[in-house]
Design a protein around this ligand. Sequence first.
Ligand SMILES: Nc1ncnc2c1ncn2[C@@H]1O[C@H](COP(=O)(O)OP(=O)(O)OP(=O)(O)O)[C@@H](O)[C@H]1O
Ligand SMILES: [Mg+2]
Length: 366
Amino acid sequence: MAVRAAFAGSGRRSPLVQLVGVSRQIVELREEIERVARSDAKILITGESGVGKEVVAQCIHVSSQRSTTNFVVVNCAGLPETLLESELFGHVRGSFTGAYRDKPGKLEMAHEGTVFLDEIGEMTLRMQGLLLRFLETGELQKVGADGGGRVVNVRVIAATNRNLREMITQGTFREDLFYRLNVICLDVPPLRERREDIPLLVDHFLQLLTRDKGCVVRAIAADATNALARYDWPGNVRQLVNVIERMAITGRDPIATIDDLPAEVRVNGAVGFRPKHERRRTVADDLYKRLTEEHESFWSCVYTLYMDREITRGTLREVIRTGLEETRGNYRIVARLFNLEARDYKRFLNFLRKHDCQLPFKEFRR
Ligand SMILES: Nc1ncnc2c1ncn2[C@@H]1O[C@H](COP(=O)(O)OP(=O)(O)OP(=O)(O)O)[C@@H](O)[C@H]1O
Ligand SMILES: [Mg+2]
C-alpha cells in the first residue's frame, strides 16, 4: 500500500479537484456528490479502472465539512498483509523487526478527515475482519499494542473495480463488511458510455499538460478529436490522460493531428469502425429485461432492490428512462409495461417523485 496523496483542504474547493464532464451521468454524479457530502455516511465507489473513482472521493471530501482536514489515500492492493495492517492502524515500537519507534497509522492521520480505501476488494479476509472491527468501534488497535487504543473520527470512502457481490458468493469478501461500507453506492460509468465528456476532457487535459513552455502543441485538429471521441477507451480517463500527455510531448506542430495519435486509437477510432461490443450491458438493462421479457413486477424486482440499496438511484432512473423511451413518455403505459395493477399507478408515481426519479415525460414525446 502506498499513500499516494494526502492533502489538507483549504476549506474551498481545490482547483486541482474537478470532476470534468457534461454527460447526464456526470451531471447526476456531481449532484449526488453534493448530497452525500452533507453526511458522514460511508460510501462505496464502484467502476472500471481509470474512470475517476478517486476524483469522486476527493470531490466528496472537499465538498464536505471535513474539507479543512486531511484526505488520506490508502491503496489496499500490492502490499503484504502485515505492512498494510501497520499502515492502516499504526504500530508500537518493537512490535516487529524494524519497528524502531511508534508509528501512527493512516486512520489516525485522517482523524476528523476522510480516508479513501482504494481497491478494497484486494484486502485479505483477516484484514477485512480488522477493518470491520474498526468500523464498528472506531477504535485503533495498533500492531503490537495490548488492549484497545485511541478512538478516531474518520469518514470512510472505499472504492473497487471488482464485483464484491461475486466475491461474497465465492467467499473471498465478507458480507458484513460489504454492508458496512456500502451505505451509499456511487457507480462511475465507463467513458465509452458517456462519450459527450471526451472533447471536454481532451481540452481539460490539454490545457493542463501544455502549460509547460517547452510544449509545442497548443490544440488538437478536428479529425483527431473525432477519433478520440469514437475510440472505446478500455482504460477509461486514465488512458485518455496518457494519450494526451504523449501527444503533448511528442507533437511537433502547434496543432496535433490524427497522425499524432497512437495507432490503436487511430485505427479503432476511425469512421466506420464498430467495436464488437458497442455498449456494455448495464444493471439497468438487465432489470428492464426482467420487467418486460420475464414479466416480473416492478415492486418485486426494481422497487425491492432499490429500497434495500442494492441498486442506485442512477440505475432506477435508467430503468424509468428506458420505459419512457419505449412508450414515448407515457407513464401509464410504463406502469403497465412494468406489470403494475391499474390501482397501483398513483403509488408508482408517488414513489418516483419521492425518490427524485420522475423524469419529465415531455422530452420523450418527440
Ligand atoms: N471526470 C474527470 N475529470 C477530471 N479528471 C478525471 C476525471 N476522471 C478521471 N480523471 C483523471 O483520470 C485519472 C484516473 O482517475 P482516478 O485515479 O480517479 O481513477 P480510478 O477510477 O480511481 O482508477 P483505478 O481503478 O485504476 O484506481 C486521474 O488522473 C484523474 O485525475
Ligand atoms: Mg483509484
